[in-house]
Design a protein around this ligand. Sequence first.
Ligand code: HAM
Length: 429
Amino acid sequence: MESHKQCRAVKGTRDILPPDSALWNWFEQRARAVLESYNFREIRLPIFEETELFARSLGADTDVVGKEMYTFEDRDESSISLRPEATASVCRAYIEHGMHLLPGNQKLSYVGPMFRRERPQRGRYRQFYQIGAEVLGSSDAPAIDAEVLEMLLVLFRHVGLVNTTLYINSVGCQQCRPTYVELLRQELRKAKDQLGPDSQRRIETNPLRVLDSKLPEEQAVIERLPRISEHLCAACRQHFSELKDELNLREICFEENWRLVRGLDYYTRTTFEMTATGLGSQNAVCGGGRYDGLVELLGGRPGVKGIGFAIGTDRAILSLEAGARVPQLPGLNVFIARRGARAYPVALNIAKKLRECGLVVELPAEETNFKKALGMADKLGARYGLIIGEDEAASGTFTLKRLADADQRKLTENELLEFLESERRGSGA
Ligand code: HAM
């Protein structure tokens, strides 16, 4: 114990303190309820996996695998990485547990932290949180894609995130994409000297990613590039067209964005993203798409198809806060102010009963005078102060004071329980 240097949270990580943590819990509970209503069931996954899993799934040339993973050697010298996302783990678990033998599609959801060593800024952290869902099975029907998108919109509506835009695209399949990528590469080579160093490198490693570039000086070149929609094979074109019909049938508004290629290599056909307002440059609150070959690539059964998404909870909550659409969440209902030896057992007893009724009750460990106690109740944002003095204890009554307007009433135990219970039901007190 030599140094007294203050420790701080690691760059890009943050503490979620009360009352924000209540908002996070509320958000996740609402999201879970929507996921359950669409018959998704939770899968709990490890926070770290073999590095190989992510390299094979996301692609060795992606930014996430190439630069952003927290990778370390375990004592047995295997390479381990903190998960940068969870789709790879879901597919690994699906294969490992023979889930293809289970009836129907596997509809799995997850909630938890992910880790990417990105440059931190508002809405971009090194430990961030996702709520995700994946559908795995033998069918790639566009109705599955559409249901996933419908659920996403219902979920966002449920949490009050309404200023969102849904962008969709198709990135083709193993049959048609390689030809398009080669065409893109040729066109990009012709315009190489008009591109920055990152895009120049990507011409050879991953030309699709050039479409993602936000550099103003590259936009004119990108706009003239061939578009994948004109190079999809017949099956992919039909899949995309049926998806759009399905979305229209469900009255889902969307915009097509031919440049939506996403940053991970496993995608096939449908890709999508949702943006929300109030976030500045990090405005994607959700991303996802289809990954039909991934299970096979990871050594699983050929023919298993997959689609899913992940919501960035940090950003979704930032957007809610920026739009002042944060709900009023229940806080402290009753602060008990007691005085005198006879009042103590009465206070213990009533605190227990009120908590059993679902109320949030604070019973201070030490007694103070009533004025001080009620001042504290006010500072803590309590709705009521419950006063139990020698008089009250002797007469079996309670004095209940509403702190907002100092309305005060004397009640028996039954009256008190009834009154607070009906208040709670009526106004969410
Ligand atoms: P992603 O687009 O990499 O996709 O991440 C999904 C969402 O996570 C983003 O839209 C964003 O809201 C949030 N996010 C990503 N990185 C950060 C960060 N550094 N800080 C804060 N939020 C961040 C995936 O992860 C895929 N696994 C989604 C998926 C599921 N595709 C198919 N199934």
